[in-house]
Design a binder for this molecule. Structure first.
Ligand SMILES: C[S@@+](CC[C@H](N)C(=O)[O-])C[C@H]1O[C@@H](n2cnc3c(N)ncnc32)[C@H](O)[C@@H]1O
Length: 246
């Protein structure tokens, strides 16, 4: 671990790098119409909580794509420990490159990562790499109420100005040639258990770190968690299930 890398210090070794959980991944996966998938890609896999869940449940190879190699190292170790090392192939690459590397994808999964290249852009980029009828499942931070409390709205405008309502995200998918099948809003406890309840204490400990970039990221994390607590149900994480139009 690099003692001055804010990402390593805050997120290193964490199983969950965003809101979610195995039970929600499985709920959404088991609700898909199609049950057999040949080519499966997990975009922005991180340390691979959901990659391992997908591999274990489907008994098929899952290609984990992430740009941060320490997360992929961690994923390989975790997958071996979970007995699915032979079902996980890691690719250190940018997720915008997915159509260059993969063709005829049956299932493209992405939890809490598409926002890095923009939700609509991610869908438009990935759709041509999908097999007709193939499924794209993406979780995305989403505005659940138009009239979020003042401080919350200001915070969202600052950290994620591109945040949209479910309706507007569905319109993005439509323009990418994807048919919306379902949406599923994650419960608030999925943000807290094994995520904010690990990240919060870590951030508190790093607030006086000698490196300014670490102090800044720790302060931003503490602010993020405070805003979440005061946000009611004004924003949340939503799973979107799409199919490429045949
Ligand atoms: C919030 S984490 C989510 C990780 C994991 N899906 C989870 O829910 O625990 C976002 C992940 O996207 C990766 N990432 C960010 N930008 C990327 C890009 N352009 N291409 C590939 N991976 C990227 C990060 O390294 C990180 O692992």
């Amino acid at each position: 671990m690099n003692e001055y890398d804010p990402i390593d210090l805050l997120f290193g070794g964490m199983e969950k790098l965003g809101p979610g959980g195995d039970e929600y991944t499985l709920d959404v996966l088991r609700g898909l119409h199609e049950k057999k998938f040949e080519t499966i890609v997990d975009a922005g896999s991180g340390t691979g909580r959901q990659t391992i869940t997908l591999a274990r449940e489907l008994g098929s190879v899952v290609h984990a794509v992430d740009s941060h190699w320490p997360f992929l190292d961690d994923l390989r170790r975790r997958a071996s420990e979970a007995g699915v090392g032979h079902l996980v192939v890691t690719h250190r690459m940018d997720m915008v490159e997915i159509p260059r590397v993969f063709r005829d994808i049956d299932l493209l999964w992405s939890e809490g990562a598409a926002y890095n290249i923009g939700f609509g852009n991610a869908l438009r980029t990935w759709a041509p790499a999908m097999k007709p009828g193939g499924s794209i499942v993406v979780s995305e931070m989403t505005l659940l109420m138009e009239d979020a409390p003042g401080g919350v709205r200001e915070y969202l405008d600052y950290v994620y100005p591109a945040i949209k309502t479910i309706e507007r995200n569905l319109a993005e998918a439509d323009s990418a040639g994807l048919r919306a099948v379902d949406t599923y809003t994650l419960p608030r406890e999925s943000w807290v258990e094994d995520y904010y309840d690990v990240l919060g204490p870590r951030a508190e400990k790093l607030i006086d770190h000698p490196d300014s970039s670490v102090r800044e990221m720790a302060a931003e994390t503490i602010r993020e968690i405070e805003v979440f607590k005061s946000s009611g149900h004004s924003y949340g994480y939503v799973f979107y299930v799409f199919e490429r139009v045949v």
